[in-house]
Write a protein that binds this ligand. Structure first.
Ligand code: GLA
Length: 717
């Protein structure tokens, strides 16, 4: 049983004599190992993926399945790569040539060079192993020296093999205002595909991350699994192929749909990275591994502070003027937040942006609404000691805009077909370097004119339909890939000039949530649905793969039936902000919110950088309980939410996790509404970590109110 649980994939020594001299390539983190073997035929095989073991244990491993399966020869399963040569030959064989491993601090880099023995094609497989977090990043470089371009029809980032009794796949599907719905199912024979073909806003229907549990379902604290996600802001695809012997191949990469790639001689096709972590400690550990990796390597300024903000979208939509905005600055100041974020509707003159039908593309201040310009607003905010941020959607254009009239050749649209709109807009052709210059200039000109701008919300409100790039001409099958590369080129330029400017990634809610983008962004907007109850599920869903300092959570007036306290407590588990009319608060609500902002600033270090433990899932009970524990275990913040709880619902005690059993903690309810007291029987007690983690707490004492919540602080005494 133990072996079954701890070995995701291992080939045992059935025919050791054949492979006695086989060369092994060991890719290890502090927790896990991926062992590759150079087979007798010089093909590189995956021999093991599982817990890190002593070297002697790996030495007994032999054989395995080909690590980067090719198409056209003996392989009959989904290939990692398929390539058609100049002479029309659609086959590829990849044999080991060399490899090297280098170490630098926390990282071990392994690069394996493979070549076709007949055709001049070379593939280098790259693996970065992050020791501390247990994450492995894997990608490939494809290069050839044939006379003319070769055609690539498949180009995976990684192919992983598994040999377990059962496979349980957890996926996260969604829609606008309904992101990351978690579903777990058992894989059966055949292929299960998770993918996007949307071009832009690619996570609209499917978050590009998954859990794969081996041998049975895993819980938060137990079970063997991998968590995987592709660092790519374009079309992605994961295939899970269970073969006739119950072997599983997981292919991850760019979705090759309508994307044959003509690779020129000497050009390198670099796949995006597949990021994964293996653990036998359940989903909680997998998330903590990814969070640690993300804060250190995956997110821009992942370990830096974040700004609390007041956004005006839900409070005003596009209808505002200077007076209204400066009033809102006052409201922000009253609240104590760091920054005011001006949302959509501030631009366009020939075609003013008074709703979503016009103006996109014309990034000049609307002279009617903002006669004194952005500079004035930045200064007014500064006078009130708050910073100023702004919304942009620079990849898009409305047909009702000057940009559309001036540059029809900059727009993705099919010749001989009617234009097709999403939210009344079209996508710009970011493949075109002139469009890249334009998008860069939208940001750069604005920042040059108004250096005081301290934050950007970068939106992307539609996916591609009827898409055709005038720039690519006959190479249309490069569109999806080249668009994403174009976006990255723009972001590289922005980051070279503005390395630390906080930018929120948004795509009509959580339509773009991936680690390809997050290395340029500080946070993302998970959903336009800000109802507190809904947000518990949405933020819970994203918490599996993203750290809390990236998950923006605003207190709004959506979900009016819920108390302000409940909505605030929900926002506090993420990166808190507001999008609400502060002047409509009752005096008590104002007092509560002012205190909440102060409290959040005090606890945010633990929330953003602590280790997350999800204790009770809203998918399993009518409540959600989670906690963050500081790295040195001296502090913890516990969030407790009752959902549609019924009057006589019975809830068990909640055992905390991640604390030091030897330490003593003062347990105290915080963020109470004015004139209310904690009814928790343990409030203000000093309890040991051992007690808290074994006996646990009653978090539902007395009469339970639906849609109610508590936040508790645990501080080492
Ligand atoms: C999208 C975003 C919202 C808001 C609007 C503005 O829907 O998700 O937060 O910025 O655009 O049009």
């Amino acid at each position: 049983m133990l072996t079954r649980l701890t070995v995701a994939f291992a080939f045992s020594c059935l025919s050791c004599h054949l492979f006695a001299q086989a060369q092994q390539i060991i890719i290890e983190t502090s927790q896990s190992a991926l062992v590759l073997t150079v087979g007798g035929n010089q093909r590189v095989l995956q021999s093991y993926l599982g817990r890190k073991l002593a070297p002697a244990a790996y030495a007994a491993l032999t054989g395995g399945r080909e690590v980067y399966l090719t198409a056209g020869m003996d392989n009959q399963f989904e290939p990692a790569i398929r390539l058609v040569h100049n002479d029309g030959n659609p086959s590829l064989e990849l044999k080991y040539v060399s490899h090297k491993t280098t170490r630098e601090h926390d990282l071990t880099q392994t690069d394996i060079v493979l070549k076709d023995p007949v055709y001049p094609v070379e593939v280098t497989l790259h693996y970065t192993a992050y020791q501390n977090s247990g994450v492995i990043k894997s990608w490939a470089d494809i290069l050839h020296r044939e006379k003319k371009p070769v055609m690539l029809t498949q180009y995976a980032s990684a192919l992983l093999h598994f040999n377990s009794e059962e496979y349980w796949l957890t996926q996260f599907h969604g829609d606008w205002a309904r992101e990351v719905n978690m579903v777990e199912e058992k894989l059966t024979n055949g292929i299960k595909t998770l993918e996007s073909k949307l071009g832009t806003r690619t996570n609209f229907y499917q978050t590009q991350a998954f859990f794969l549990s081996l041998n049975g379902k895993s819980s938060e604290t137990a079970g063997e699994l991998i968590a995987g996600t592709l660092a790519w802001t374009g079309n992605f695809q994961y295939t899970f192929e269970v073969d006739q012997r119950n072997g599983l191949r997981v292919r991850s990469g760019i979705n090759a749909y309508a994307s044959e790639y003509y690779l020129a001689p000497g050009e390198t096709f670099t796949t995006p990275a597949f990021i994964f972590t293996w653990t036998d400690q359940g989903k909680g550990q997998a998330s903590r591994n990814l969070h640690t990796w993300a804060r250190n390597f995956g997110v821009l300024d992942g370990k830096g502070p974040r700004l609390t903000l007041l956004n005006n979208w839900e409070a005003t939509h596009t209808s505002f003027n200077e007076t209204r905005l400066t009033e809102l600055f006052d409201e922000g100041k009253k609240l104590g937040i760091d920054l005011f974020l001006l949302d959509d509707g501030w631009f366009g003159n020939a075609f003013p942006r008074n709703d979503d039908k016009a103006g996109l593309g014309d990034w000049q201040e609307d002279k009617k609404k903002l006669p004194s310009g952005l500079g004035y607003l930045v200064k007014e905010a500064e006078k009130k000691s708050i910073k100023f941020g702004i919304w942009l959607e620079p990849e898009m254009v409305n047909p009702k805009s000057e940009l559309y009239q001036k540059h029809p050749e900059w727009i993705l649209k099919l010749p001989n077909r009617e234009e097709n709109y999403g939210r009344n807009q079209l996508v710009l052709d970011l493949v075109n370097p002139q469009v890249q210059d334009f998008v860069f200039a939208v940001v750069d000109d604005m920042m040059t004119k108004n250096p005081g701008i301290a934050f950007i919300k970068w939106d992307c409100n539609r996916s591609m339909t009827n898409a055709y790039s005038p720039y690519l001409k006959e190479k249309q099958s490069h569109l999806y890939i080249a668009y994403t590369q174009g976006l990255y080129k723009v972001m590289e330029r922005i980051r070279a000039k503005y390395p630390h400017l906080p930018i929120m990634l948004c795509a009509g809610g959580g339509g773009r949530t991936d680690y390809g983008a997050m290395k340029y962004f500080t946070e993302f907007w998970p959903s336009d649905n800000t109802d507190g109850l809904e947000r518990i599920f949405i933020q819970w869903g994203y918490s599996y793969f993203f750290p809390s300092n990236t998950i923006s959570a605003h207190v709004t007036s959506m979900g009016k039936l819920q108390s302000l306290k409940f909505r605030t407590d929900v926002a506090m588990m993420g990166k808190m902000g507001y999008d609400i009319r502060v002047n409509n608060f009752t005096p008590q609500e104002l007092q509560f919110s002012q205190e909440a902002v102060k409290t959040y600033k005090r606890i945010s270090e633990t929330v953003w950088f602590g280790n997350l433990y999800r204790l009770i899932s809203p998918y399993e009970e009518s409540r959600a309980v989670l906690m963050y524990v500081s790295e040195n275990k001296s502090k913890a913040i516990l969030f407790n939410y009752q959902l549609h709880t019924r009057r006589k619902d019975l809830f068990g005690r909640v055992q905390l996790q991640g604390l030091d059993p030897q330490k003593k903690y003062r347990f105290r309810e915080i963020n109470l509404f004015p004139d209310t007291k904690s009814i928790n029987p343990d409030n203000n007690k000093v309890l040991t970590g051992e007690y808290l983690m074994n006996i646990g707490l009653n978090l539902a004492p007395g009469r339970i109110a639906p849609l109610s919540s508590n936040i508790f602080e645990l501080t080492e005494e």
